[in-house]
Design a protein around this ligand. Structure first.
Ligand SMILES: Nc1ncnc2c1ncn2[C@@H]1O[C@H](COP(=O)(O)OP(=O)(O)O)[C@@H](O)[C@H]1O
Ligand SMILES: [Mg+2]
Length: 138
C-alpha cells in the first residue's frame, strides 16, 4: 500500500462488507508526542474470537473463494514499520474498531495521500453509509 489513504479505503471496505451503517474515521496528529493515530470504527457485524485471533495472519479471510486476506495484515505491517502498532477491538453484533499508530516523523511512515479524495470516493460509492471523517491536530 502506497499511502495511508489507501489503507483507509481498504479497511473501510471491510466495514462495508460487514454491513456497517455508520463508519467513523478519525486521524489525530500529535506533533508534540510524534504520533499519528488512525481510527476506523464501524457498527457492523463484528468479529468472533476466532476471526479476531486469525485476522492478522495474511492467510486468513472469510471472503468466499479467496485464500488470502491482506488488508489488516498490511496495515499492521505499515504501522510497525513506522514504529507504531495496530489494535483490533471487535464485538459480534456491536461493531469493530481498528486503531493504527505511527511515529509521525518516522522515515518509513507512509504519506497520508489524498485523504479528501479517498473520503469523497467512499461516500460516492456507498451513499447508503453514514461516514464521519475528522482530522484533528492535538
Ligand atoms: N470491520 C470488520 N467487521 C467485521 N469483520 C471484519 C472487519 N474487518 C475485517 N474483518 C474480518 O477479517 C477478515 C480479514 O480482513 P482483511 O485482512 O481486510 O482481508 P479480506 O478483507 O481480504 O478478507 C475479513 O475477511 C473479515 O472476516
Ligand atoms: Mg479487507
Amino acid at each position: 500500500m502506497e499511502d495511508i489513504s489507501l489503507h483507509i479505503l481498504d479497511i473501510a471496505e471491510n466495514s462495508i462488507r460487514a454491513n456497517a451503517k455508520n463508519i467513523n474515521i478519525l486521524i489525530q496528529e500529535d506533533k508534540k508526542n510524534d504520533i499519528l493515530t488512525l481510527t476506523i470504527e464501524d457498527d457492523g457485524e463484528g468479529m468472533d474470537d476466532k476471526t479476531k485471533k486469525n485476522v492478522i495472519s495474511p492467510f486468513f479471510t472469510t471472503k468466499k473463494g479467496k485464500k488470502i486476506g491482506l488488508g489488516l495484515a498490511f496495515l499492521s505491517q505499515s504501522a510497525e514499520e513506522a514504529g507504531g502498532a495496530m489494535k483490533i477491538e471487535s464485538e459480534p453484533g456491536i461493531g469493530t474498531k481498528i486503531t493504527a499508530t505511527f511515529r509521525l516523523g518516522h522515515i518509513d511512515r507512509k504519506p497520508l495521500g489524498n485523504l479528501n479524495e479517498t473520503i469523497k470516493c467512499l461516500k460516492v460509492t456507498h451513499p447508503e453509509i453514514i461516514l464521519n471523517y475528522d482530522y484533528v491536530k492535538i
